[in-house]
Design a protein around this ligand. Sequence first.
Ligand SMILES: Cc1cc2nc3c(=O)[nH]c(=O)nc-3n(C[C@H](O)[C@H](O)[C@H](O)COP(=O)(O)OP(=O)(O)OC[C@H]3O[C@@H](n4cnc5c(N)ncnc54)[C@H](O)[C@@H]3O)c2cc1C
Length: 307
Amino acid sequence: MRSILLYLSRNKRLESFILHFELARRAARRFIAGETMEEALEVVRGLNERGLLATIDHLGENVNSEAEALAAAEEYLKLLPRIDELGLRSHASLKLTQMGLDIGVGFCRENLERIVARAGELGNFVRIDMEGSAYTDRTLALFRELRKKHANVGLALQANLRRTERDLEELIPLGANVRLCKGAYKEPPSIAFPQKREVDANYIRLMEMLLSREARAKGAYAAIATHDERMIAKAKELAARAGLGPEEFEFQMLLGIRRRLAEELVREGYRVRIYVSYGTAWYPFYMRRLAERPANLLFILRNVFKR
Ligand SMILES: Cc1cc2nc3c(=O)[nH]c(=O)nc-3n(C[C@H](O)[C@H](O)[C@H](O)COP(=O)(O)OP(=O)(O)OC[C@H]3O[C@@H](n4cnc5c(N)ncnc54)[C@H](O)[C@@H]3O)c2cc1C
């Protein structure tokens, strides 16, 4: 089921079909803040009031025209000053294929750098999401290049990929700010762990590297992005063992998932950041959320047949 949903997440024909359905749009609303920037900012305000931090993502990926990529970059250039004006505690997250990576690395770099530089002027931070493995090398290369000039940029790494341990080993000495996630894309077993228990074991191995005294001494920062209680418990244990204070790492979760768990962590004194997505290009994002928990799909189907 997971593979089918991930395969369908890249199907443009199904996308244009599904986008017409009000029911699908309503179901997707569980995971997205809305279609407009102001709706997302309002959601972030509510999260901040409950002690939660945020990172705002303008939905979109694999754009294939320069005009679309430029428009996406402009959206972030408007978003960052709005976050600042409203005094919200939120970063921005973006995808390089939304900034035109499929069009050209140089073009994508220019868009990305404009956003990171603007965020820097405003004292804010931009994280590069990690996409499918076809983009890993280019994402790491662009991150490294930008990180030399801008301290306010971070990236995400995926525990399902066999290469990630080596990548992390190289990023820690750079003092990188790393979001560690399990990985949301369909990958072949030659490069990714096929079993969930292997991914989980690797996630723990990577946390051990990132939530360590050595990593802290190098200035690296860990954002533990998971809703898995076992991983969260392990992160707490590792952070305590390394003597990391609550300001020295954070948990991250997606909007609409395990909200009570996020609030419990805040009550315990941890930093928790919610990934808040908005926009009209919600289809691939939503399909990946269904793939992570096919029970979500059954819930929707049940509602369809109830009508
Ligand atoms: C803040 C954040 C940023 C992310 N950024 C990236 C990225 O840049 N690149 C990338 O490839 N992936 C990214 N992901 C997705 C990630 O890779 C996983 O696909 C996703 O988080 C599910 O894995 P899990 O760690 O929650 O563990 P799982 O073992 O999949 O789930 C643990 C438990 O969490 C709950 N849960 C998980 N997913 C769902 C869901 N969709 N609906 C309802 N309940 C659910 C269930 O209770 C489940 O039992 C991100 C995730 C988060 C939280």
